[in-house]
Design a protein around this ligand. Structure first.
Ligand SMILES: [Zn+2]
Length: 303
């Protein structure tokens, strides 16, 4: 039964895209219309110094909990699911009491599903995870028909969920009904990444491995209609300011949330190298409220 579900999920996904067609290192012109929208599901103001090492403890920055809605022609998918309708019970079940002091979110939560419903947009059928931490996977349960993609390394931790901020939560990923699909990177270089997946085969949306924060973290390049390029870096950094000096997260947070500190730092350096070579690319960390505010929020689209 599970195998059947899995195969059906793969068929459904493949039929709506040319997933894993070879890409080139140079973005090619896209024929389909490509845009994205940032769905802010919640936020939390935090001292910048708790977000990255060397940040100010006096300055507060908004930490967003966002899902990214990406449109390619007639296909729409989510990159991360943000906080979902069931986040309160998930948090109650899987966030240890002592961690609740440091890792929380402000109400109200406005889930991706509820915002799509309000806008009259059909529920997405595909979710790609930057990684499977609680604040990115919470909304999966709001899309019961969706196929959820993550690399095999991430699938390995999803199959053995654990609680706490550094875990993939049982309350979010253990349901037998979730249609998982393994995302396989091809040995095709894209920018300064040696592996990639060109999702639609036209160079407009390209996924790259960004391991470190979790063993199977994923970054996503999107080239929108205007030709402008964006790089969604998940939780490699929490704030784009951290990329200026290559700062890691605040040390205590780093110990709790980064699976592999050295590899996370390598990913940060890789992003910095790219930014030096391609300053026109806008880097969008999953939680950076300042970068996201400047781009605007759903129902506004970045085209
Ligand atoms: Zn994370």
């Amino acid at each position: 039964m599970l195998k059947t579900l899995f195969l059906t999920a793969i068929a459904a996904f493949v039929s709506t895209s040319t997933y894993a067609v070879e890409s080139s290192t140079t973005p090619t012109k896209t024929s389909s219309s490509v845009s994205f929208a940032i769905i802010k599901t919640a936020k939390l103001p935090v001292a910048e110094g708790l977000v990255f090492s060397g940040g100010s403890l006096l300055k507060k920055v908004d930490s967003n909990f966002s899902a990214f809605l990406v449109r390619h022609g007639d296909s729409t998918f989510l990159f991360d699911a943000g906080l979902g309708n069931k986040v309160a019970e998930q948090y109650q079940q899987d966030m240890p009491l002592w961690q609740r002091l440091f890792f929380k979110y402000d109400d109200p939560v406005s889930s991706a599903r509820s915002q799509l419903n309000r806008a009259g947009i059909a529920p997405v059928k595909t979710i790609i995870l930057s990684h499977s931490h609680w604040d990115h996977a919470s909304g999966i349960s709001d899309f019961p028909d969706a196929t959820v993609l993550a690399p095999e390394a991430e699938m390995a931790i999803i199959r053995h969920p654990t609680t706490g901020v550094g875990g993939s939560w049982p309350s979010q990923v253990a349901a037998k009904t979730i249609k998982w699909k393994t995302l396989e990177f091809k040995p095709v270089a894209y920018e300064n990444f040696d592996r990639s997946v060109d999702l639609f085969g036209d160079g407009s949306i390209v996924l790259v491995p960004l391991f470190g924060h979790t063993v199977g973290s994923v970054g996503m390049f999107v080239t929108v209609d205007s030709g402008k390029r964006y790089f969604f870096v998940g939780d490699a950094v929490w704030n784009a300011q951290a990329l200026k000096k290559g700062s890691p997260k605040f040390w205590a947070a780093r110990l709790l949330v980064d699976d592999d500190g050295a590899h996370t730092q390598q990913s940060i350096e890789q992003i910095r190298t790219l930014m030096a070579k391609r300053p026109e690319i806008v880097v969008v960390p999953a939680h950076d409220g300042t970068v996201q505010q400047a781009l605007g929020y759903f129902p506004a689209w970045v085209k």
